[in-house]
Each structure stands twice: as structure tokens, then as C-alpha cells.
Design a protein around this ligand. Structure first.
Ligand SMILES: Cc1cc2nc3c(=O)[nH]c(=O)nc-3n(C[C@H](O)[C@H](O)[C@H](O)COP(=O)(O)OP(=O)(O)OC[C@H]3O[C@@H](n4cnc5c(N)ncnc54)[C@H](O)[C@@H]3O)c2cc1C
Length: 415
């Protein structure tokens, strides 16, 4: 997805760090249409993509998603981003069950989608034709350094690869490579945001546009987009893991499949399941990207982009290319300095309240039906107590734990 406004949360504009992160993401907005044209022409290949996203507000979870929707609407006005309020009944191929129908919807013409497999293939084709590019199809097991410079990347089967400059951009596996390399830099740990999407053969019910909800608790909500004239991709789940996980949990796939049949298009009961895609969102310990130069003169880093790395990639690529070629960039991305200390930008009380809201919302996404008594209030009180205790236990007295990382703190993966 090329989403920027759709990724805004209720708390985004209450926190200067989150505003800066949103504005970084937004830099990529206008880049994609021209870039896609260029990639198609240079590769001589089709890359399926399109623009125009329908953002729906339904009752699939709790009021957190209504607040996120309100915040997106306010931001569209504030930033003068083009959009229209539309009748959900008029969204092409949107046919939810009656009790899950949306009450409100927006059409945002500059937010879009791409087939990422076709995109990566086209980029590979272009690079393979360049006389300046050599692919080494191998795993880098460690970097070696001497006198303050990286001297080589050591691979599993192809031996040593030498170069003048090194960019570590291996996504969620960043920390395992750094740990094996003895670089003498105390980078924050990057986790594996294990996520899945499902590719469906949808025939005449294939979407013409992206249709999605706002973010939901601990994940990006329900989204769907065409991938070709007959395929639709739906997603997405998120599970933060300290180590690599090759397969997705059954609960994630169950929730995606149930949600799309109930909340997107009832006719998808007869869609054919082509493939389950599993990927790792590189999630840093403070949730911010890690981009730029390091204290080792010829070592650069680009990771930690979590769930919007594809969308932001033209800006990241330009920034890193500036640093590699010119030694400096006009972009001011100090917030994303890869060697920063953990940025504890969340106030403690707000973080505890957010954790409670996200955890309750996640429960609704996973079939929670409260008893007809004080169960919801009691649960909220219990979670407030638990998350306050978690903050006390890890010494978070003046700062807050990002909601998605609560288990990484709970189980001691972030010290
Ligand atoms: C289910 C799901 C849905 C998503 N949806 C979106 C979306 O809609 N929009 C969006 O913008 N982003 C989305 N993302 C996030 C996006 O995929 C990431 O932000 C982005 O891929 C991160 O890019 P990266 O290059 O840092 O890491 P990756 O894309 O993970 O690439 C890292 C590469 O390094 C390779 N590698 C790892 N270790 C080594 C090693 N030791 N040696 C050699 N190679 C190595 C890996 O094989 C991989 O090819 C989604 C992610 C998931 C999982």
C-alpha cells in the first residue's frame, strides 16, 4: 500500500515525534506515479499499481478505529490533501455483511497500491542490466572492520565481498548481523514484525481500488487491494517476535479470512486462495526508522521502517544515495540516526492508556464478545493495572512503552 494519511492514529498529532514521522512518510506521496512510469519503461515490464484508496469506518472492532478515522479526516483538511466523502454503498466491489457495513467512507485519490513482487522483479531487471551492479546471491554472515572502517562482508558460500562503502539494509535481521560483526557500536535492537497477507483469485469481484479501515489495535487494520485484473490481496496481521519466524500463526489467517468475508465482500467465500505471503516488518526498539551514516565512516544503515518501508523507499533511497555519493543530504533525518539512544518519546500515562485501548481493540478483532455486565470496564481496569505494573517493573517511570512492543519489554528483550 502507498498509504500515508490512512496510517494516522488518534495520538499522532499529540506527539511531535509522531508528527515528524508522518511528515517523513508523506514526502513519498507524490513520488510514486512518476517513478512507476520510469520503472515500467526501463524494465520493459508491467508493474500493476494504481491510485485511489477508499477508507471505510465500520464496526469491526471498537471505537478506537472511529477515533483514528476522525483524526485522518482532520489531517486531510489540515494538510489540504485532496479527498472526497463518499457513500460506502457506492464503493465498487464493497459488499460487506449487513451488520459489518461501514457508516462512513472517504476516497483519497493519491493513496494507492502496487504489486510488490512485480515491482521488485522490475527493479532487479533494471539493476541486472547495469554494468555497475554485481549481484552476490548469498547470505552475509558478518562484517569485518579494521582501523575504523568496514573492510569486508563475509558470506556463507561466496567468501569475502570487499567494497569502499557498505550499506546494511537487511530488514528485520539487522541485529543478528550486527551481533555477529563486533562493530563496537551499540545499535538498538530490531525485531521481527511477522505479518501475513493472503492473495486471492477473485475473478469478477476483483477490486478496482484499495479498500481499507484505519489502523486497529496493535496492527494496521483490514486492507485489500487489486494485484492484477483477477487477483486481490487482503491483510494484514502483525506479531512482534524477537527472532525469525518462517510461518504465520493460524489465528492471524483465520482473522484475515473471516474479516474479509464479513467486512469486505461476502462473495469472497468462493474466492480461491492462491498464496499466503509472510514477511517481517523491521521494527526497532523505539519503533522509529534507523537511517543514515554511522560512526564507522564507510558504514551506512537503512532499516526499522516497520509497516511503511515500501511506501517510503523512494525518499530513503534518495537520502542514502546522497550520503554515499555526496557525503551529505538536504534531508534532515536526525530523528532516524541509526546510532541514537532509544527515543523514549511517549509520556507514561498516555502510553498506558494507549496500551489498554489497543489491547481491548485487538480483543474485539479476535472475536471478543463481552458478557452483558461490567466485563469491559473490569477488563480495562485490569489491563490498566497490568500495564502500570509493567512500566514500574522495567523502570518506565517518566516514559512510556510503545503498544506494539509491550511483550518485548515484558519478556526482557528490550533492556
Ligand atoms: C504483511 C506485510 C504487509 C506490509 N504492507 C506494507 C504496505 O502496504 N506498505 C509499505 O510501505 N510497507 C508494508 N510493509 C512493510 C515493508 O514490507 C517493510 O517496511 C520493508 O519491506 C522493509 O524494507 P527493508 O529493505 O528494510 O527489509 P526487507 O524488505 O525485509 O528486505 C531485507 C532483505 O535483506 C535480505 N537479508 C536479510 N538478512 C540478510 C543477510 N544476512 N544477507 C543477505 N541478505 C539478507 C532479506 O532476504 C531481504 O531480501 C508490510 C510488511 C508486511 C510483513
Amino acid at each position: 500500500m502507498f498509504n500515508s494519511f490512512c496510517e494516522i492514529d488518534a495520538g499522532t498529532f499529540g506527539n511531535p515525534v509522531e508528527v515528524e514521522k508522518f511528515e517523513f512518510n508523506r514526502l513519498a506521496n507524490g513520488r510514486w506515479p512518476g517513478l512507476l512510469e520510469r520503472i515500467r519503461a526501463d524494465a520493459g515490464a508491467n508493474v500493476s499499481a494504481g491510485f485511489g484508496t477508499y477508507l471505510i469506518n465500520n464496526s469491526g472492532s471498537d471505537t478506537l478505529e472511529d477515533e483514528n478515522f476522525d483524526q485522518i479526516l482532520a489531517a486531510l483538511h489540515r494538510y489540504e490533501e485532496p479527498f472526497e466523502e463518499v457513500n460506502p454503498r457506492e464503493i465498487p466491489h464493497y459488499r460487506p455483511e449487513a451488520r459489518h457495513r461501514a457508516s462512513r467512507a472517504l476516497y483519497i485519490p493519491r493513496e494507492g497500491w502496487v504489486n510488490p513482487i512485480e515491482l521488485i522483479e522490475a527493479l532487479s531487471t533494471i539493476l541486472a542490466r547495469s554494468p555497475n551492479v554485481r549481484f552476490v546471491d548469498d547470505i552475509c554472515v558478518r562484517l569485518s572492520q579494521k582501523a575504523g572502517r568496514v573492510t569486508a562482508a563475509w558470506t556463507e558460500h561466496s567468501g569475502e565481498v570487499t567494497a569502499e562503502q557498505f550499506l546494511v539494509c537487511n530488514g528485520a535481521s539487522f541485529s543478528s548481523l550486527v551481533d555477529a560483526s563486533n562493530l563496537g557500536i551499540d545499535f538498538q535492537r530490531v525485531f521481527y514484525g511477522v505479518g501475513a497477507t493472503v492473495l486471492l483469485e477473485t475473478g469478477i469481484e476483483t477490486l478496482s481500488n484499495c479498500i481499507r479501515t484505519p489502523n486497529r489495535g496493535l496492527a494496521c487494520g483490514l486492507y485489500s487491494a487489486p494485484q492484477s485484473s483477477h487477483e486481490t490481496v487482503v491483510g494484514a496481521s502483525n506479531f512482534i517476535s524477537p527472532g525469525p519466524t518462517l510461518h504465520v500463526r493460524l489465528t492471524s489467517i483465520y482473522t484475515i479470512l473471516r474479516s474479509i468475508m464479513e467486512q469486505l465482500n461476502q462473495a469472497y467465500y468462493r474466492a480461491e486462495l492462491i498464496r499466503i505471503n509472510v514477511g517481517w516488518r523491521p521494527t526497532s526498539s523505539d519503533t522509529l526508522p534507523m537511517l543514515g551514516a554511522t560512526s564507522i565512516a564507510n558504514l551506512f544503515v537503512a532499516t526499522g521502517t516497520k509497516r511503511d518501508g515500501l511506501h517510503c523507499s523512494p525518499v530513503i533511497a534518495e537520502f542514502i544515495a546522497d550520503l554515499l555519493v555526496e557525503g551529505k543530504s538536504a534531508y534532515q533525518f536526525e530523528l532516524f540516526n541509526p546510532e541514537r539512544k532509544l527515543n523514549r518519546y511517549l509520556p507514561r500515562d498516555a502510553a498506558i492508556a494507549t496500551l489498554v485501548r489497543h489491547t481491548m481493540n485487538a480483543a474485539y478483532q479476535h472475536d471478543f464478545v463481552p458478557a452483558k455486565n461490567r466485563m469491559s470496564e473490569d477488563l480495562e481496569a485490569y489491563y490498566t493495572m497490568e500495564f502500570t505494573k509493567l512500566h514500574d517493573d522495567v523502570g518506565a517511570l517518566t516514559w512510556g512503552i510503545p503498544a506494539e512492543l509491550k511483550d518485548m519489554y515484558r519478556y526482557g528483550h528490550i533492556k
